[in-house]
Every structure is written in structure tokens, then in C-alpha cells.
Ligand binder design. Structure first.
Ligand code: 2DT
Ligand code: MG
Length: 208
């Protein structure tokens, strides 16, 4: 029995991740490939609710502590992820540990290596699609919202940090400055190739 693929979308705000994840899940499902959509933070769990209150500026949480909560919010899903992958379901995930590192490391006094540690050992994605959109193109899209981190200066630091995480063995930078449909076609074709390539390979672990 072949396993599903673990596909992660990363990128800065307004790069189109959520739109593309939704379209990809629909296309793969229509094609007959068992697929599930996940997103991090998963705001529905007890830990996720704490994160949601922090992101919507209802509470303050110390920077190290919130970093660990974001990581814990991934770990609490690992058993379910492994079960789904083993049963042949492909997972399309909107943000993962790379956002965890890139966002915290954009704060004063945090280094990338410290930020990676709590996520060491998570299931490693078979592919990370990094949706790359220049700040100029991004600024032409709908303006930033009210949530914490949705500021141009911070996002510029986050974008630099993502580059430091771009392991070429699974990281693919995608030019996102194209129409929704063109981008979708490209991602759909890439994903079908990945599903084929990894179906008989073991799931690797992150940053080990
Ligand atoms: P969404 O807008 O996609 O819900 O993300 N973030 C995300 C972190 O700081 N650490 C993490 O580990 C993750 C997964 C990115 C909400 C914000 O939370 C940030 C944007
Ligand atoms: Mg957001």
C-alpha cells in the first residue's frame, strides 16, 4: 500500500497560499487522489485557541513561550498526520515549521538555530512550495489585516529568514506573480509528480 505525500505551502502574507491550497485539494480530490487540507496554526485545539488570542492581539505571550506553543500545536497533530499519510492520504498543509522559525527569528534576540530545535523530528515535508511574491507585487494586493505580524517591515525580515531555510532537497521556490489559474496548474502538476515519486519511500524527519 503506497503512502500519501506531505506537501507544505510557505510564503509571506498575501502570497496566495490559502487560495492555492484550497484549489489544489479540490483538484486532487476530483482526480481521485485521497487528499486532506491542514493548516498551522490549527486554531481549533486548546493550544490553538491560545495562539489565536495572541495573534488577534487579545493577549500578550512571552516570545519564547509563544514559539513553543506554535511548535506544540504541530506536535499535537503528528499522530493523525502519520496515520493519514500511511493510509495513502496526501496532506496539503498551509504553513508549517518554516513559518515557525521565520517569524520568531524575525524578532529581536532570536537566532535561527534556537528557533528550529522544538520542531526537530517532525515529519519532513516531501515538498515545500514557497510562494514567492516581491514586496511590490504583494503591496498591490489587498492590504494587511489587523493581526500581529501583518506589517511590511516585519514581513521583509520573515522573507529573508525563509531563504535561510531553503533546503534544495525538498524546497521549491515558485514565482507567485501570475494568475490564480496559471499558478494552480503549475502546482497541481508538481504535486502529482511528488505523489508519484514518494509513494514507496519512508517519511523523513525534519532537521535531523
Ligand atoms: P495564518 O494567517 O496563516 O493563520 O498565520 N506563525 C505561523 C508563527 O508565528 N509561527 C508558526 O509556527 C506558524 C505556523 C504566521 C498566522 C500567523 O502566525 C504566524 C502568520
Ligand atoms: Mg494571516
Amino acid at each position: 500500500m503506497s503512502r500519501g505525500a506531505l506537501i507544505v505551502f510557505e510564503g509571506c502574507d498575501k502570497s496566495g497560499k490559502t487560495t492555492q491550497c484550497n484549489k489544489l485539494v479540490k483538484s486532487l480530490t476530483d482526480y481521485g487522489a485521497p487528499t486532506e487540507l491542514m493548516k498551522f496554526p490549527d486554531r481549533t485545539t486548546a493550544i490553538g485557541k491560545l495562539i489565536d488570542e495572541y495573534l488577534s492581539n487579545k493577549t500578550e505571550v512571552e516570545d519564547h513561550a509563544i514559539h513553543l506553543l506554535f511548535s506544540a500545536n504541530r506536535w499535537e497533530s503528528v499522530k493523525r498526520m502519520q496515520k493519514l499519510l500511511d493510509s495513502g492520504t496526501t496532506l496539503i498543509i498551509d504553513r508549517y515549521a518554516f513559518s515557525g522559525v521565520a517569524f520568531t527569528a524575525a524578532k529581536q534576540g532570536f537566532d535561527i538555530d534556537w528557533c528550529k530545535q522544538p520542531d526537530v523530528g517532525l515529519p519532513r515535508p516531501d515538498a515545500v512550495f514557497y510562494l514567492n511574491l516581491g514586496m511590490e507585487a504583494a503591496s498591490k494586493r489587498q492590504s494587511y489585516g489587523e493581526e500581529r505580524y501583518e506589517k511590511l517591515e516585519f514581513q521583509t525580515k520573515v522573507a529573508k529568514n525563509f531563504q535561510l531555510l531553503a533546503d534544495p532537497s525538498y524546497w521549491k521556490t515558485i514565482d507567485a506573480d501570475k494568475t490564480v489559474d496559471d499558478l494552480h496548474k503549475e502546482l497541481y502538476n508538481l504535486t502529482k509528480t511528488v505523489i508519484e515519486e514518494v509513494k514507496n519511500q519512508p517519511i523523513k524527519t525534519l532537521w535531523t
